[in-house]
Design a protein around this ligand. Sequence first.
Ligand code: MG
Length: 276
Amino acid sequence: MSHPVDGFIFDLDGTVYLGESALPRAVEAIATLREMGKRVLFVSNKPLEPRENYALKLSKLGIPAEPDDVITSAYVLGYHLAKTEPQLRLYVVGEANLLMELRGHGLHVINEFMDQSPLEVIQPHGVDAVVVAFDRTLDYRKLNTAYQALMQGAKFFATNADKMCPMPGGGIPDAGGTIAALEHMTGRKVDLLAGKPSRLIMEVALQRLGLPAERVMMVGDRLETDIFMGQQAGMQTAATMTGASTRNDVARMTTPPTYVIENLGDLPGIVAQSAS
Ligand SMILES: [Mg+2]
C-alpha cells in the first residue's frame, strides 16, 4: 500500500526534544534509522538562531547533526529569495540572527531608518519587501516603518506565523500577532510565508533530502502544521504523542496521519514493516 520510506523530516520541539532534554527513545530511533540508510532532516519554525546552534544542540543530546541537516524558517526564506528575487531590498522586522541569515544568502537588507522620529510619517524609500519575523526587539519605529513601506506597495513576507512560542511555564508572543497587526492596519495579506505550514518549507526540505515526497515521512507533534503540511506535500506522516497533540485530537481529524506513534521509538518498526 505505502511506498518504502527513504527519508524523514523531523519537527524539533515536542518531537525530538522538549526544552533541553531529548524525548524518550528519540536518540536511539534516529540512530537506528540512519543505520538503516535513511536520510534525516530537522525543521524548525524559529528564526532566532542559526542552523549551527540547532546542529550543536542535537549533537549534544546524542543526535549527531551538521548545519546542513537543519532548516529553519529564516533559512528557507533566504534560500528561496536568493533563488527567485535576489535583487529585492528588504526591510526586516526581526532579530540580529535573521538579518545575518538573509545577508548570508547574499540578500540586500536595509538598516534601520534610525534618523527618523518614530512619530512621523517616514518615507522608507527603496524598500521592495518587508519581512516580518519573531522579534523580541519589536518597537513602534519598526512597526511604523513596516507599515509605511507596505502602504507604498512593498511586498509582504514572513518567516513564520506562530501566535506564541512555547516556553517553560507557558509561552511568549511570536510573529503571528505582528503579522496580524500589519494585515489589520494595511488591509493586506502576507504574500509569502516561509515557515510551517507553508508549501515552501516542504519543497526546500525535499530538495535538501533529494527525494520525492512519497518516499519521505514527515514526523511531528502538531496536527495543524506538521501533519497538515506533510499531507499537502504528498508525504507519509507520523503524529507523535510527545508534544502538542493527543489521540483524541487525531480522532477528530478528517484526514488522519498515516501513523500515530507513542514516540520516535516506534519508527524503525514501521519502516521495517513497510519494507517487507
Ligand atoms: Mg513541535
